[in-house]
Design a protein around this ligand. Structure first.
Ligand code: C5P
Length: 260
């Protein structure tokens, strides 16, 4: 296997707030580099590319470029809006002699190495492999979120903290049958020619790469068991969870020059 790995890292991270989530400190190493490390130390990877936010590409290169270069990883500007545009840009720089291409969210730094081994082993034999978890909870489709004002305290309104009494709710439309439903993770690994063919289609609208393979219609996508530790960092509350999974501490108590 001659593996290229694409790390989409161009998302706006709106649910994370003001901070740069890729720079969050995970045991003295930025979150992004933790994700890269998962693959860079593996013999299968011969090429790596990070697709970075296009509007702040120079800053991104200034911050991470040297560290990435040391790992043999290059960077390209990603897409402004859609994830598929990001992956497409990265796909364009992958050398032709790569036999397989993995796509792994930059925001998944906790992927267990054994999960990666398992997906790669399966991809030796299968054209498209994705890890996924069975849905354990009951699923419901809901309508638009609305705010219910539960405050009848006029003083709170005058003091301006009436917002704290606003309750956000949605109404249930239906309960969805969860039979056969799985929650998909990354890394998703493909035979290189299959992924290239998928990205040559006209309609690239998608939220993961496997769905473009599904759209081809002639290549099966295989699912292998995912792992609950393989979380996608989405909100600030995920950071302590990631530290717990990785068994590392936050920056508190560490010398200032060793923090991020
Ligand atoms: O938005 P979502 O949570 O699905 O993002 C998953 C991954 O895709 C993240 O690592 C994010 O940076 C990346 N992404 C991207 N380009 C976009 C949107 C998301 O690289 N336009």
């Amino acid at each position: 296997m001659r593996l290229a790995v694409i790390f989409p890292a161009a998302g706006k991270s709106e649910r994370f707030g003001e901070r740069d989530k890729l720079s969050e400190d995970l045991g003295g190493r930025p979150l992004l580099m933790r994700t890269i490390d998962l693959f860079a130390k593996r013999d299968e990877m011969i090429f790596g590319v990070v697709a970075a936010p296009p509007d702040t590409f120079d800053q991104f290169k200034f911050r991470y470029g040297d560290g990435l270069a040391l790992q043999g990883v290059t960077c390209v500007p990603g897409g402004r809006v859609d994830r598929w545009e990001t992956v497409k840009n990265a796909l364009d720089v992958i050398p032709d002699d790569c036999t397989h291409i993995a796509v792994h969210d930059a925001a998944r730094p906790c992927t267990p190495p054994e999960l990666i081994s398992h997906v790669l082993r399966a991809a030796e034999h299968l054209p498209a492999v994705v890890p996924a978890m069975r849905i354990a909870s009951t699923l419901k489709r809901v309508g638009e979120e609305t705010e219910v004002d539960e405050s009848d305290d006029p003083i709170a309104a005058i003091l301006g903290d009436a917002d704290t009494h606003k309750l956000k709710t949605s109404t249930v439309i239906e309960t969805v049958d969860r039979t056969g439903l799985v929650e998909v993770q990354t890394p998703q690994v493909f035979h290189a020619d299959v992924l290239r063919r998928a990205y040559a289609q006209d309609d690239l609208s998608s939220t993961d790469d496997a769905s473009l393979i599904e759209r081809l219609g002639d290549v099966p996508v295989h699912v292998v068991p995912g792992d609950p530790r393989n979380i996608k960092i989405t909100t600030p509350a995920d950071i302590p969870l990631a530290r717990a999974i990785l068994g590392v501490r936050g920056p508190q108590g560490r010398a200032i020059h060793k923090r991020f």
